[in-house]
Design a protein. Structure first.
Length: 467
C-alpha cells in the first residue's frame, strides 16, 4: 500500500475518521492508530508485523530494566539492546552479502567450499525502526526521555506515516505528543494538505517521469549510451532521488499533521549547499543528525585530535553507506562522502573563510557534482556497472540519443526547486488557510486531477522503501 494510490487514500480516510471519533479517549485512539499501522505494514507482508511487535516488546522491557538499574547495569543493558537491534538488522540485510563475499574469498584462495547462499526477504523499513529503537534505549539510559509504556513505544516504532521510509522520528519528539490529546487547527490542515499535494507532484510527476524515461534507460545499459546521455542521466537521478524521497517525507509529515502529530523537517533544499557538511545538514536530516548524535559524537567527534576527527568522519559515513545496503557500491558511496568531508575539514582549517580564490557559487557547483558522483554508485546495481557508467562519461561522445525536452525540463525544474525562497511551501499554506473551505476543497481536487493527468501510468515504489 503506497501513499499515492487510491487504496491508501481510502485507508487514510477511514483512519482519519476513526482517530478523531476517538478523541475523547486518548488510549483507545492510540490503540486504533496502532492497529491501523500494523494493518498498513501487513499489507506488504503480514509475517513481519510480528517482528515489529517483538522488537517493540524487547526494547520496552530493556528500557524498563535500564531505569531500574544503576549506571553500570544500564550501560550493559544498552549494549545488549544495541547488539540485539543490530543483530535483527544484520540478519535480514547483511547475511546474504557476507556469505557471497565469503564464498568469493574462499574461491580466490583455492579453498572453495559449498557456502550456503541465502535469499533473505528484507522487511520494509527495517533500518528505520531499528535505528529508532536504538536511539530510544540510549535516550532512556541518558535520562533524555522517560521509559514509555508498551502501547506508546509500539506506536512510536509502528506509526504508519513514517514507518517504511522515515523520517527517523525520535522518542523525544513523538512520545510527549502521544501522552496528550492532539488538536487540529485550520492552519495545520492547510499546511498538511499543501505538503501532501506538493509531495504528490514531486513523486508522481517529476520523479516517476524521470525514472521511467531517463534514469532507468541510462543506468540499464551504460556501455551503449553516449556521454551526454549518461551525464543527463546522472543529473536526472539526482533530481529523481530528491523528489522521490523528499516527497515521501513531505507526505509523511502532512499525514501525521492531519492526525494531530508533528514530525521534524527532513529536507531543506540540499542542492543549494556550498559544502558537503552543509549538504548533510539539509539532506535526510533525521538520518544525518542520528549518525552525528549516536555514532560520530560517541566515537569522540572532533574532541580527540585532528587525525581522529578525520577517522571518525570517515567511519561515520562508511557506516552510513552500509546502513543503506549491503553492497560495495554503498560502501564506496559512504567512503566518498567521508573522504570529501575530511578534505573540507582540512581546507577549512587552512582557509577558515572557504576555498581560496573561489566565489561562493563555486562551492555549490563543486558540492553538487561530488554528490552526483556519489549517486552513480548509489544507483548502479553493481560495482562493474557503476565503473562502466563512469567510463562512458569520459568517452567524449556528446550526441543525444536519450534526452527529451520533457526530461530536460523536469531536471531543470527539480534543480530550480532549490533556488526558490526557503519555506516557500509554508508560505503558500499560510495564504491558503484563509480560503473558504469549499474553495480550498475545489482547488485541491482540481490540482489532484492535474497531477493525475500529468503523471505516467502506474506507481513505482518509493526509492527508500528498499532501505
Amino acid at each position: 500500500m503506497q501513499f499515492p494510490t487510491f487504496s491508501f487514500a481510502l485507508f487514510f480516510l477511514i483512519v482519519y475518521a476513526l482517530a478523531w471519533a476517538l478523541k475523547a479517549s486518548n488510549e483507545w485512539r492510540k490503540i486504533a492508530l496502532l492497529m491501523a499501522s500494523w494493518f498498513f505494514y501487513g499489507s506488504w507482508d503480514g509475517r513481519f508485523v510480528a517482528l515489529l511487535f517483538a522488537s517493540a516488546t524487547v526494547n520496552w522491557a530493556l528500557a524498563r530494566l535500564i531505569v531500574r538499574g544503576d549506571a553500570r547495569t544500564g550501560r550493559w543493558l544498552v549494549t545488549l539492546g544495541v547488539i540485539l537491534n543490530l543483530g535483527v538488522l544484520a540478519g535480514f540485510k547483511y547475511t546474504a552479502f557476507f556469505l557471497e563475499q565469503l564464498a568469493a574469498a574462499l574461491g580466490h584462495w583455492g579453498l572453495s567450499r559449498d557456502v550456503p547462499l541465502l535469499e533473505v526477504f528484507l522487511p520494509v523499513g527495517v533500518s528505520f525502526f531499528t535505528f529508532q529503537a536504538i536511539s530510544y534505549l540510549v535516550d532512556v539510559h541518558k535520562r533524555r526521555v522517560p521509559a514509555a509504556g508498551l502501547l506508546d513505544l509500539s506506536l512510536l516504532m509502528s506509526f504508519f506515516p513514517h514507518l517504511v521510509a522515515g523520517p527517523i522520528v525520535r522518542a523525544s519528539d513523538l512520545l510527549p505528543q502521544f501522552r496528550r490529546v492532539p488538536q487540529l487547527t485550520r492552519g495545520a490542515v492547510s499546511a498538511a494538505l499543501t505538503l501532501i499535494l506538493w509531495g504528490l507532484f514531486k513523486k508522481a510527476v517529476i520523479a516517476s517521469e524521470l525514472a521511467a524515461n531517463l534514469v532507468e534507460p541510462a543506468f540499464h545499459d551504460p556501455a551503449h549510451r553516449t556521454s551526454f546521455d549518461l551525464l543527463l542521466g546522472a543529473y536526472g537521478y539526482a533530481v529523481q532521488i530528491y523528489c522521490d524521497f523528499s516527497a515521501y517525507s513531505d507526505m509523511a509529515i502532512g499525514l501525521a499533521a492531519l492526525l494531530g502529530y508533528s514530525f521534524p523537517r527532513n529536507f531543506d533544499q540540499p542542492y543549494r549547499a556550498a559544502s558537503l557538511q552543509e549538504f548533510w545538514r539539509r539532506w535526510h536530516i533525521s538520518l544525518s543528525s542520528w549518525l552525528r548524535d549516536y555514532l560520530y559524537i560517541p566515537m569522540g567527534g572532533s574532541r580527540k585530535g585532528r587525525a581522529r576527527t578525520y577517522l571518525h568522519l570517515f567511519v561515520t559515513m562508511l557506516l552510513g553507506g552500509l546502513w543503506h545496503g549491503a553492497s560495495w557500491n554503498f560502501i564506496l558511496w559512504g567512503s566518498l562522502h567521508g573522504l570529501w568531508l575530511g578534505i573540507e575539514r582540512a581546507v577549512k582549517r587552512r582557509w577558515p573563510t572557504g576555498w581560496p580564490a573561489l566565489p561562493a557559487l563555486a562551492g555549490v557547483v563543486v558540492t553538487f557534482h561530488i554528490v552526483v558522483l556519489g549517486w552513480i554508485f548509489f544507483r548502479a546495481p553493481t560495482l562493474d556497472e557503476a565503473l562502466a557508467y563512469l567510463h562512458g562519461l569520459g568517452a567524449g561522445d556528446w550526441r543525444n540519443t536519450l534526452v527529451t525536452p520533457l526530461s530536460l525540463l523536469l531536471v531543470a525544474l527539480g534543480l530550480a526547486i532549490h533556488a526558490v525562497p526557503p519555506r516557500g511551501v509554508q508560505g503558500i499554506a499560510v495564504r491558503v488557510r484563509r480560503w473558504p473551505a469549499p474553495a480550498l476543497g475545489l482547488a485541491l481536487g482540481a490540482l489532484i486531477l492535474i497531477v493525475d493527468a500529468l503523471r505516467p501510468a502506474g506507481v513505482a515504489p518509493f526509492i527508500y522503501y528498499q532501505f
